[in-house]
Design a protein around this ligand. Structure first.
Ligand code: AVJ
Length: 327
């Protein structure tokens, strides 16, 4: 029996989730800023993860299917070329596209270790169990962690390892935070390891805005779900119907901004913080989604001690996969 399958067969989920005091501090800081702001990680309770899955199937939301096509075209060649023996995936969610990589590892006879890292424990546990069933012989070691904070990556990975950060989620980080995250990954990488990232590209603004203002209102429900998460976790009394979904492209910083706009003047009670006043039309920024090109990715990579090895956009230049190595 290969070393990895004895070493990595425990199904235990390590719970590194921050205590509520941390959430309370973040919410207090965010809601007292001149532009109220909440971190996008609070979209993702079980319902939020389901709503995001629904977003990925919307006709307007081109990202997920474009990335999937790129992965299907590239992974069967890239994985054997790299000899990948473990996959560490940040923000794994339902691991829909991880299967493309895991299947390429299996075809190459290198099925080893999969480490999905995600903030939603319930989604992660479900996914891990499914994958253990679908890929007999694959060791699955999920880590429940908030990737916007410090989290530990196991040292004893079968190598070469592939660190994957897909879905364009790097776009949800302000550049300094993006560089911190990439630097942390870089520190965990050895010379034979690779970093694989998906990025949403700069393009026609109408096309981008439509992806965040879908006609079925799924993105609006996803946005408002954050208020339900706060009510659930903190006992606040946000009325989701008192806030409207708004998403627009901010061209100076090349990013989508999602906001929840208070439809009336109102006070919201957050236990442990107090009453938060909202003027009519005042908003909470709930997410940024930065759009990139090769130069902006090279800049982020460079600041983190990485360099681009390959750059693979789709023919329509909607989305790109990029691999990085230690510079
Ligand atoms: C988490 C980066 C894939 O920014 O496009 C989808 C989340 N927000 N619709 C994105 C999201 C609104 C998404 N990613």
């Amino acid at each position: 029996m290969p070393e990895i399958s004895t070493k990595w067969t425990s199904g235990a989920v390590a719970a590194y989730r921050q205590p509520d005091t941390r959430m309370l501090a973040e919410v207090a800081a965010g809601l007292s800023a001149p532009q109220k702001e909440l971190p996008p990680k609070y979209f993702y309770d079980h319902r939020g993860s389901e709503l995001f899955e629904e977003i990925t199937r919307l006709p307007e939301y081109y990202q997920t299917r474009t990335e999937r096509t790129l992965l299907e075209a590239w992974m069967p060649a890239l994985i054997p070329q790299l000899g990948t023996r473990s996959l560490i995936e940040l923000g794994a969610g339902s691991a829909e596209k991880s299967r493309v990589i895991l299947s390429a590892m299996r075809s190459n006879g290198t099925t080893g270790l999969y480490v999905p890292v995600d903030v939603s424990a319930s989604f992660l546990t479900l996914t891990a169990n499914r994958l253990r069933h679908e890929y007999p012989g694959l060791a699955v070691e999920p880590i429940v962690a908030d990737i916007t904070e410090d989290f530990s990556i196991p040292h004893a990975l079968p190598r070469p390892a592939l660190f994957a950060f897909l879905g364009g989620t790097i776009g949800n980080f302000y550049p300094p935070a993006a560089i911190r995250l990439l630097s942390r990954l870089r520190a965990a990488m050895s010379a034979s390891d690779r970093f694989l990232m998906g990025v949403d590209l700069r393009k026609d603004i109408g096309r981008i805005e439509a992806a965040y203002n879908d006609s079925q209102g799924v993105t609006a429900a996803f946005n408002r779900n954050m208020l339900l998460v706060l009510n659930q976790e903190l006992g606040s009394d946000f009325d989701p119907e008192g806030f409207a979904h708004r998403a627009f492209y901010e061209p100076v910083n090349h990013r989508i901004e999602m906001h929840l706009v208070s439809t009336a003047e109102q006070e919201v009670r957050v236990p442990g913080i107090g009453f938060i006043h909202f003027a009519q039309g005042e908003s909470i920024r709930t997410e940024i989604s930065c759009k990139h090109d090769q130069a902006s990715v090279a800049e982020l990579f460079g600041a983190a001690g990485l360099r681009i090895e390959s750059w693979r956009p789709d023919p329509e230049m909607l989305f790109a996969l990029v691999t990085g190595v230690r510079a």
